[in-house]
Ligand binder design. Structure first.
Ligand code: ANZ
Ligand code: ZN
Length: 820
């Protein structure tokens, strides 16, 4: 009987489907386990090896938990809105819907070939109206809670994608999707108030010990909480109007020699009006609007500034300081105004040098003195000087003291600032969830009532690549006002960022057929949070931050009882070929379908799981795949060769031979190890390698040794392999005569008593005289006995200054060392 993956795999996939084997178990008496792999974007390319890796990992997790008595939720769907489909549709002049639906079907068929244990009844596609109506519903919930608002803002614009981008989607000044340089544009846009949740998004990270530190750090840095001080300067020329700066270094307040406003700061226009520098500064402000934040703030970027011709009054010294505008101050950080302290800040130092502004030292090192003139900014800790009543104070203490002093005088005080900005969700594109808002001349922006959802994407649109296709529909934009019935109302034609769709899909899976609500709270609470979430590191601040935000809002709305969605996060490494990320476009792609066709999905899964720990990169190797295939063939032959064992009852003999004991010990040590490696450490590779050792052990088992132990070992072997290679194990299991699926089998439990090795006492003689005793495991070899004997402290003493001439070992009894 040959191992024929090609016949076995489709056969079992079909039967599992018929038997609804992977339908979600809703027996609430069992503990729950929610295993989730990030749902894919259905590109026309279909499944790639990266997908195959994520699904193989997720499937081991899900199957392992099922076999361990959990009710498991393991769903799959498609993240189906987005630009690539729209762009492809524009190229071909068709509606992206057709293309996307076709691609969704394709990737789903391919996922099925992998043999993953999904509950397909819960399938969802984010572009289908029965899903996106609830994305709209949730937008309205945010709106009701004051968390969705519209404002005109200078936003990131990708000229190639012809749409705005959220801050999170700008990477080093470029579009995250197409890498084009991002520019700025003033537009009325919808935002979600994620900044209201800044502190909670930071705090929650401390409750996620099973997330990689790296991801938590990235989120913390992205939110960028910074504790500092506001200090208010007044401008005599503007009738004492105040300008407030944000600083993390209030200890340097007496060293301020100028203040700098961002070119876009609202005061700038009034300060320069009618002055000779007016035109120049306005030009400068225009230029700066287009520059990216990176260009403006990097420490080595050239600092450019202009004196406004005006002065402000220092809050503590009453002195006049000049007001400048400069590129390195950003409008949307802090207050858009900073105090310049050249002696203690690098950027201020180079600015002051360039424009010949005074440099006043206010911190000296605790020992020694700074040499004047300064050659560079002194940024270390020290003691305050030239700072009036604060002289001599340690600068760290002075931060609080000076902030307190400002507060007493109502000229400022401690404050907290964040880097995080509200999430811009409007996109000027067709293939996304329409924002459910109507504009009415009388009522302004009016939310579409929930019972009128979904606002469906219209079909009568033109895809010419010149404008937002949604604006070309005759039927869509014109509508009546839901509030006053005005007939000349217009619909919002922006759609939502597709990250809105993926921010809540894990909740929808808990109740995916619900027609009234996004999900029922009771259902969600039965499953949330996700116990193992598997996906790429590239979503560290995008999807993973947005989803946490959504969950917190839904928690506040009473819709879920937990405020963190993903309890454990596994970020899988890349699949490499020749050291480079495997990809079709780079020409080093290996198609999962080809591998499945040649060897079967089981071989591909086994190779992927065995070749590297999940969070590491995995180097593709054809010989490694061959090796996995050979291993499965060995397992096949090993079981098939002994099928007769399963045709009869076998009793274990009461006195086991040493080889029978040894095999049982190996078997139960393997069970223990595999259980631990999968269940506690997610180290699937070491689990597989210990199963391989077990196979060696079974292979070497003597033909005349106890048959019942052999049967026990083969039985457990097939069960242990089932989460990794579901098809071959199912076939073997049935050949063994089991009537139920191996995937319904109970995970074996390690028999601790089998793990103890029998021990024997061995007498150690030197020149025939007994000098000590050692205890060794039964059956160990001579070399091991000799090694332990000479290592024994008493024996070592006796052997001191002698030479060992000969060693005689009587196994199981004694060792005699001849020495003189
Ligand atoms: C005076 C000072 C003296 C500063 C000193 C630093 C060192 P983080 O930690 O990132 O929050 N700053 C404030 N607002 C800014 C803006 N809109 N654009 C550019 N820079 C801005 O950084 C806070 C520091 O960044 C603030 O503290 C301010 O410079 C600058 F020896 O104030 B500091
Ligand atoms: Zn109206």
């Amino acid at each position: 009987m040959e191992y024929t993956a090609k016949e076995i795999e489709p056969k079992w996939q079909e039967r599992w489907k018929e038997a609804q084997l992977y339908k979600t178990d809703e027996d609430l008496s069992k503990p729950k386990y929610y295993a989730l792999e990030q749902f894919p974007y259905p590109s026309g390319e279909g499944l790639h090896m990266g997908h195959m890796r994520v699904y193989s990992i997720g499937d081991v997790v899900a199957r392992f938990r099922r076999m361990n008595g959990y009710r498991v939720l393991h769903p799959m769907g498609a993240d189906a809105f987005g630009l690539p489909a729209e762009n492809a549709a524009i190229e071909r002049g068709v509606n992206p819907r057709e293309l996307t639906i076709r691609n969704m079907e394709k990737i789903r068929r391919e996922q099925e070939l992998v043999g993953v244990s999904y509950d397909w009844d819960r399938y969802l596609g984010s572009c289908l109206p029965d899903y996106y109506q609830f994305t709209q519903w949730l937008f309205l919930l945010f709106y009701e809670r004051g968390l969705a608002y519209r404002k005109k803002a200078s936003v990131n614009w990708c000229p190639k994608c012809a749409t705005v981008l959220a801050n999170e989607q700008v990477e080093d000044g470029c579009c995250w999707r197409c890498d084009s340089e991002v520019t700025k544009k003033d537009l009325e846009q919808w935002f979600l108030r994620i900044t209201d949740y800044s502190d909670r998004l930071i705090e929650g990270l401390d409750r996620l010990p099973k997330w990689p530190d790296r991801v938590r750090t990235m989120q913390r840095n992205w939110i960028g909480k910074s504790e500092g001080t506001h200090a208010t300067f007044t401008i005599p020329e503007l009738k004492e109007e105040p300008v407030t700066v944000f600083t993390t270094r209030s200890d340097t307040l007496y060293g301020v020699s100028y203040i700098v406003l961002a070119p876009e700061h609202p005061l700038v226009e009034r300060l320069v009006a009618g002055k000779p520098q007016e035109a120049e500064i306005q030009d400068f402000a225009q230029q700066m609007k287009k520059a990216t934040d990176i260009e403006r703030t990097s420490t080595d970027a050239e600092k450019v500034g202009y004196f406004t011709g005006s002065y402000a009054i220092h809050p503590l010294t009453g002195q006049q300081v000049p007001i400048w505008v400069a590129n390195y101050v950003l409008m949307d950080y802090g207050t858009g105004a900073v105090m310049g302290v050249p002696a203690h800040d690098e950027r201020d130092f180079s600015f002051a040098k360039k424009y010949d502004l005074p440099i006043q030292v206010v911190i000296e090192p605790a020992e020694g003195q700074l040499e004047l003139p300064l050659q560079e900014a002194f940024t270390e800790d020290g003691l305050l000087v030239n700072s009036d009543r604060f002289n001599g104070m340690a600068n760290r203490d002075a931060i609080k003291a000076i902030a307190g002093h400002l507060e007493e005088k109502s000229l400022g005080g401690s404050t907290v600032n964040y880097r995080l900005r509200d999430w811009l969700i409007s996109r000027q594109r067709y293939w996304g969830t329409p924002i459910p808002i109507v504009y009415c001349d009388d009522c302004g922006a009016v939310p579409v009532p929930k019972d009128q959802l979904p606002v469906v994407l219209p079909e009568d649109v033109v895809f010419d690549g010149k404008r937002n296709p949604l604006t070309t529909s005759e039927t869509f934009a014109h509508t009546t006002c839901p509030k006053c019935g005005h007939e000349k109302a217009r619909r919002e034609t922006d759609t939502m960022d597709t990250f809105m769709d993926s921010s809540w899909y894990y909740l929808r899976f808990t109740d995916s057929a619900n027609e009234m609500l996004p999900f029922d709270s009771k259902k969600a609470n039965e499953w949330m949070g996700v116990d193992e979430y598997i996906g790429g590191i590239e979503h560290a601040v995008l999807h993973l931050l947005y989803s946490r935000f959504f969950t917190k809002v839904l928690f506040d709305a009473g819709m879920v009882d937990q405020d963190e969605p993903f309890h454990s996060l596994l970020t899988q490494g890349m699949v490499l070929k020749g050291g480079f990320k495997m990809s079709k476009s780079k020409g080093n792609g290996v198609s999962p379908l080809e591998i499945i066709d040649k060897y079967g999905a089981d071989t591909a899964r086994l190779f992927i799981l065995f070749a590297a720990p999940p969070e590491r990169d995995l180097e593709w190797s054809d010989s490694g795949v061959e090796g996995s295939y050979r291993f499965l063939n060995r397992v096949w032959r090993l079981v098939v060769q002994h099928l007769d064992l399963f045709k009869r009852e076998l009793a274990t003999s009461p006195e086991l031979s040493s080889s029978a004991k040894e095999l049982r010990r190996l078997l139960h040590a393997t069970i223990k190890k595999v259980t631990h490696e999968i269940g506690e450490r997610s180290h699937f590779n070491t689990a597989v390698s210990s199963i391989m050792e077990l196979v060696n052990g079974i292979n070497a088992y003597p033909a005349d040794a106890d048959r019942a132990v052999l049967k026990e070992s083969l039985d457990a072997l097939v069960v242990l392999l089932a989460p990794f290679v579901p098809h071959i194990t199912e076939e073997l299991w049935r050949l063994m005569g089991h009537s139920d699926s191996v995937h319904l089998a109970t995970w074996p439990k390690a028999d601790e008593s089998a793990l103890v090795q029998d021990e024997v006492e061995i007498v150690v003689q030197i020149n025939g005289k007994m000098r000590g005793k050692i205890v060794v495991p039964a059956g160990v070899d001579r070399a091991e006995i000799e090694q332990q004997a000479v290592a024994h402290p008493t024996i070592q003493m006796w052997l001191e200054e002698t030479t060992v001439r000969k060693v005689i070992v009587v196994p199981g009894k004694l060792i005699n060392i001849v020495a003189n």
